[in-house]
Design a protein around this ligand. Sequence first.
Ligand SMILES: [Zn+2]
Length: 98
Amino acid sequence: MKAAYREDLIPAYRVKRDDGGMSLMFRCPHCRAVHCHGEPDGERSVVTGRGAGCHDPLSPWFGRGYRLMIVGAVRSSKQLPSNGAADIVALNEAMADR
Ligand SMILES: [Zn+2]
């Protein structure tokens, strides 16, 4: 049985922080901010149950959670590519049957 609601899957990048630790970041197409989340220990490609960092009530993720799919790494948050909201919808549709 499928869950009625699945948290969106979002492409995220590993970024080394100034303090040497690793974070997972992506540029949010809804609120335009860079969202930064901790990376759990161990090799995982999908990180579940992250509370959305959106402070924009118009964002579909506001007050909800999402899953981060680690798709690469960048040197700094300034190099994060922008994902369009439509790209993320397309990704989730493509992954929905799996
Ligand atoms: Zn946001």
